[in-house]
Design a binder for this molecule. Structure first.
Ligand SMILES: [Zn+2]
Length: 212
């Protein structure tokens, strides 16, 4: 995780976030966001409340991306609530929200073939519609903390409703509309690619390494 932060998340932030945002790009926030992402997977709705069976069965090929988006935003919601309760004090919410935004740029690069990639397209477009961030003329992003907090609650609620309803067609339509990369974002991601920032960390492993 430290390597992903040092080699990918921080360099992406330097390309795409405003200079003032950089003080909130923190490894501890990245770690917490990922930890609570995994925690959030274990929470929520497993069976539809409409008699359509499990959420996984009802939403079929739409399930994975929606569940990854749920874990992202519900995880951030958990961090927020725990901070408000005084139970989580490692980082500030500004750190967690700003680092989360940088994390969207990191994960959206996995592309539409990946559940994580699609999930982050959904979150990016939803946040944009809610005014959770502003994009300056030079293609750099800054967080509107109040609006982002509201957007996190709203998106978590919308996702959980889709899961509880288990309406495949409605979810497919919504995901289809929301899980796209618009030209403006693509141009920003092209800058990240041009800077030579890797998409992911790869390990040299396997027999060919051992036999050297
Ligand atoms: Zn996940």
């Amino acid at each position: 995780m430290q390597a992903k932060f040092d080699k990918i998340l921080e360099p992406i932030s330097k390309e795409l976030m405003t200079p003032e945002s950089m003080e909130h790009i923190k490894f501890d926030a990245f770690f917490a966001n990922v930890m609570f992402h995994e925690t959030a997977h274990g929470m929520g709705i497993k069976n539809t409340i409409t008699g359509k069976g499990t959420v996984r069965e009802a939403l079929s090929n739409q399930y994975n991306a929606l569940e990854e988006a749920k874990a992202d935003v519900l995880g951030l919601y958990l961090v927020t609530k725990l901070a408000e309760m005084g139970e989580y004090t490692n980082t500030t919410m500004e750190d967690n929200y700003t680092t989360f935004m940088a994390g969207i740029f990191r994960s959206v690069r996995f592309g539409a073939a990946s559940a994580h990639g699609k999930a982050n397209m959904l979150t990016f477009n939803y946040f944009q519609n809610e005014g959770a961030f502003v994009r300056n003329a030079d293609g750099r992003y800054a967080i509107d903390f109040e609006k982002m907090k509201v957007a996190v609650e709203k998106l978590a609620g919308d996702i959980l409703k889709h899961q509880g309803d288990g309406d495949y067609e409605a979810t497919k339509t919504w995901m289809g509309e929301m899980s796209v990369i618009k030209p403006e974002l693509q141009a920003d991601l092209d800058r990240v690619n041009a800077a030579g920032i890797p998409v992911d960390i790869y390990y040299n492993m396997g027999p060919q390494v051992l036999l050297k």
